[in-house]
Write a protein that binds this ligand. Structure first.
Ligand code: ZN
Length: 428
C-alpha cells in the first residue's frame, strides 16, 4: 500500500513536472518567436525606409532592379522618361500636377540625374519614390502615398561661418593652404593683399606661418559652398610678423591695414607679373645681344609668352606703342615722382592706350619678345623723377594712412575681429 502510495505520488510528481516542463518549453519557444516577429517587422519597416530614402546605396548589394538612376538625355522631359519606364499616363498626370505648382519642371536638363524607385502592384508599375536635384542646393523628393504623391523640397541652408585657417609653409603658400582646405580663390586673394609687401615667389622661407580669417558659407553638414571676404590676414615671413585687418572707411572704401592704421597697399608693386623668374637684375652686365658691358637699367622677369603683366600701380598711361629696342612698350605715370615702364610685350591689354587710366593690378599687356630681345621676358623699369632706379631695392612709399576719425573706428574693428578670431571655426 505504502509502496503504491509512493508510486502514485511520484506518478503525480512526474505528471506535474512534465506539465511544467511542457509549459516552460512552450513559453520559451513562443517567447523568442514573438520577439523575432517583432524585430522582423521593424526590419521590414527599416528596409522600406532604406528602399525609399537610401535606396541608392543598396542597389549593388540587393541587386534589385526596381531602383533606377536615369540620366536625362537631350530632348528628354520627365513625361518622356516616365513613359519609357511604362508608368501609366494617369500617374504621370498626378505627378505633374503635384510638382508643377512648386518647381519649374522644364528646368530638368541634359545630364541631370533622376532617381526612381519602382514597384509593381497588380501587374502595374508604380512609382514609390522619385527624386531629382533642382539646383546646387535643393532637391525634390516625391513619395507615393495611398493614391497620390507627397512632394518634399529639401533645401540646404547656408550659414555664414568665420573660418580661421592656420598653417606653416613647407614649400609654397599655395600647397600648404590647399592642404588644410583653403580654396584657391582665397589663397590668391591673400597673396594679392600681401602682394605689396611679400613676393610669394622669392621671399618665402620654409616654416613661414600664415593665418587667414575669412567668411565661408556652409550647409548644415558643415560642407563649404562658397567663400566670402578675408577679414584678417597674417604672415610670419622670415621671422617678421605682419597683421592686416580688413576695414571699410568713411568713404566706403575697403582696404587692409596694419594694426597702427597704415595701408598695406603701396604705391607700386614689387613684381608686376605672377609666376615669373627674376632673370636679370639692375646693374652692369654683358648685354646678351650687343655683347659688351652695359648698365642694365631695369629688371628682367622671364615668363612664358602671353603671361599677363599688371600695372604695378594706379596711374595714367603715358605711352603704349612701339619704342625702338624696347619693342611694344607701355609707360605709366603714377604721380609726380614715379613712373613704371614695361617692354618687349607681345601685345597690349584691353583699352591700354596713351591717356587712359589704369588701376593697380590691371592687365596692361602680355609677355613677348618684341624689339631687342633674345626670348620672352618682361623688362620692367621704375623711374624716379625720370631717372631709372633699381625697382627691387627701392623703398616704396606706402599707401594712405587712416585719418583720425577713421582710426577710431578702425581700433574698434580690430577688437571685433580679434574677438571673432577666438570663436571662429578653425582647421586645428
Ligand atoms: Zn631688360
Amino acid at each position: 500500500m505504502k509502496k503504491l502510495k509512493i508510486n502514485n505520488f511520484s506518478k503525480e510528481l512526474f505528471t506535474i513536472t512534465v506539465f511544467i516542463l511542457i509549459a516552460f518549453t512552450l513559453f520559451f519557444l513562443n517567447k523568442p518567436k514573438a520577439d523575432q516577429n517583432k524585430s522582423f517587422e521593424i526590419n521590414e519597416e527599416f528596409n522600406k525606409e532604406l528602399n525609399n530614402i537610401y535606396s541608392f546605396f543598396l542597389i549593388k548589394k540587393n541587386n534589385q532592379n526596381n531602383k533606377k538612376i536615369i540620366k536625362v538625355e537631350s530632348g528628354d522631359s520627365l513625361q518622356k522618361i516616365l513613359l519609357k519606364e511604362k508608368i501609366p499616363q494617369l500617374e504621370i498626370n498626378k505627378i505633374y500636377s503635384k510638382i508643377e505648382k512648386k518647381i519649374d519642371i522644364r528646368k530638368i536638363q541634359k545630364g541631370q540625374l533622376i532617381q526612381l524607385v519602382l514597384e509593381t502592384k497588380d501587374k502595374e508599375i508604380k512609382i514609390s519614390r522619385l527624386s531629382f536635384q533642382i539646383d546646387n542646393l535643393s532637391t525634390a523628393y516625391l513619395y507615393a502615398n495611398k493614391d497620390n504623391y507627397d512632394l518634399k523640397l529639401v533645401t540646404k541652408n547656408l550659414e555664414k561661418v568665420n573660418f580661421l585657417a592656420k598653417g606653416v609653409i613647407k614649400n609654397s603658400l599655395y600647397n600648404s593652404a590647399i592642404k588644410i582646405g583653403v580654396d584657391a580663390e582665397i589663397i590668391i586673394e591673400f597673396a594679392r593683399i600681401f602682394g605689396f609687401e611679400i613676393d610669394f615667389q622669392r621671399d618665402i622661407r620654409a616654416n613661414d606661418e600664415f593665418k587667414i580669417l575669412y567668411e565661408r558659407f556652409e550647409d548644415d553638414q558643415g560642407e563649404p559652398y562658397k567663400n566670402g571676404n578675408i577679414i584678417f590676414a597674417y604672415m610670419k615671413n622670415n621671422g617678421k610678423e605682419m597683421l592686416l585687418y580688413r576695414f571699410k572707411d568713411e568713404e566706403n572704401i575697403i582696404g587692409y591695414y596694419t594694426p597702427d592704421g597704415k595701408s598695406i597697399e603701396k604705391a607700386l608693386m614689387k613684381t608686376p607679373i605672377n609666376g615669373a623668374r627674376l632673370s636679370s637684375t639692375f646693374g652692369f652686365r654683358k648685354h646678351p645681344i650687343l655683347g659688351y658691358n652695359k648698365l642694365h637699367q631695369g629688371t628682367d622677369f622671364a615668363a612664358p609668352r602671353g603671361t599677363p603683366i599688371m600695372a604695378s600701380g594706379s596711374g595714367v598711361i603715358e605711352k603704349a606703342s612701339w619704342n625702338g629696342a624696347y619693342g611694344k612698350y607701355v609707360r605709366i605715370r603714377h604721380n609726380s615722382t614715379y613712373k613704371t615702364a614695361y617692354a618687349h610685350l607681345s601685345r597690349f591689354g584691353k583699352n591700354i592706350k596713351s591717356g587712359s587710366r589704369v588701376q593697380q593690378g590691371q592687365v596692361i599687356g602680355y609677355v613677348g619678345s618684341t624689339g631687342r630681345s633674345t626670348g620672352p621676358h618682361l623688362h620692367y623699369e621704375v623711374l624716379v623723377n625720370n631717372k631709372r632706379v633699381n625697382s627691387q631695392k627701392l623703398n616704396l612709399p606706402s599707401g594712405k594712412n587712416l585719418t583720425k576719425k577713421n582710426k577710431e573706428n578702425f581700433i574698434k574693428e580690430i577688437q571685433k575681429i580679434n574677438e571673432l578670431m577666438l570663436i571662429s571655426k578653425t582647421n586645428k
